[in-house]
Design a protein around this ligand. Structure first.
Ligand code: MN
Ligand code: MN
Length: 316
């Protein structure tokens, strides 16, 4: 009998029943005693196009019911190694984006204060900024693996500095991330100028466009990413629209020609060995996801993030 929390098994309760937590884990009201926690942030008032990501955390939790504890590909056994629970949702103010930013940072300050690694169910990508504010307070500027169709480095949107298309410019300005330890993967589509991604390159980011990923395994790329990011703390931010709409249609700002589901898994699995201090899965918008498969992909990627956290044992 393990001392660690376990997901409720599919032979103990039908998978369509039981608690509506991430992977049907126990819920917790404090991060005290936890090594890692799943946290929902039901915010989409930073969204520029189709809304709906506020409903993401619930749908990701629902679809996560199918996930079993052991990783058959990597042999990771996260629930034999770490104390994990679902901390529920951050009580954002859905009428006030700036106030919500502070509410989110305060929540993550508390979680990180207990040395608990946060894995976030988004929510639109605005949410990553207040999380990084808390993360950098604890660790200093971190490295970043950012998977997305979009660079999310606009200066402003409609004149506003805080929106789902600006978090990584703000994060760099606020020295929450280190420019030379940032890798953006999956960028593509149309821009406001042909040079949009060059701003990222000038900051020292490595930009890996979707086209550079087509038709190939991303395992060799991740070897290079691990080399570049080195031993320091790293945050992983995964916008589900980095994947192709054929596998992840349920999101607000769809771009054609994205990564495959397998490439998404390779990226997260390729973070194994890094000092991962947090991760998020953003922009799942259930209204455009009638099959639930986008949310299931999101849940799966969050589970894979858990599997690559420092301290997770792997079978042989
Ligand atoms: Mn994004
Ligand atoms: Mn995006």
């Amino acid at each position: 009998m393990s001392d660690f929390n376990q997901p409720l098994g599919g032979n103990d309760m039908p998978r369509f029943g039981g608690p509506a937590t991430m992977m049907r884990l126990p819920s917790a009201t404090t991060a005290e005693g936890l090594d890692a926690a799943f946290i929902g942030v039901p915010l989409d008032i930073g969204t520029s196009n189709r809304p709906g990501a506020r409903l993401g955390p619930r749908q990701i939790r629902d679809e996560s019911r199918m996930l079993r504890p052991y990783n058959l590909a990597t042999r990771a056994a996260p629930f034999d190694s770490l104390q994990v629970a679902d901390l529920g949702d951050v009580a954002i103010n859905t009428f006030h984006l700036p106030k919500s930013m502070d509410i989110i940072t305060a929540f993550y300050d508390e979680v990180l204060g207990h040395d608990c690694t946060p894995l976030t169910l988004g929510g639109d990508h605005t949410v990553t900024l207040p999380i990084l504010r808390a993360v950098a307070k604890k660790y200093g500027p971190v490295g970043l693996i950012h998977v997305d169709a979009h660079a999310d480095v606009n200066d402003t949107m409609f004149g506003e500095p805080i929106a789902h298309g600006t978090p990584f410019r703000r994060a760099l300005e606020e020295q929450l991330i280190e420019g030379t330890r940032v890798v953006q993967i999956g960028l593509r589509g149309t821009g406001y100028s042909a040079e949009d991604f060059d701003w990222c390159r000038r900051q020292g980011f490595r930009v890996v466009t979707a086209e550079e990923c087509w038709y190939r395994s991303l395992a060799p790329l991740m070897d290079e990413v691990r080399e570049q990011l080195g031993a320091g703390p790293v945050y992983l931010s995964f916008d589900i629209d980095g994947l192709d709409p054929s596998v992840a249609p349920g999101t607000g700002t769809v771009e054609m020609g994205g990564l495959t589901g397998a490439q998404g898994l390779e990226i997260v699995r390729g973070a194994w060995g890094l000092d991962l201090v947090g991760g998020d899965l953003m922009e799942v918008a259930p209204p455009y996801d009638p099959s639930g498969n986008t949310a299931l992909m999101g849940a799966t990627l969050l589970y894979e993030m858990l599997c690559v956290l420092p301290g997770v044992k792997r079978g042989v």
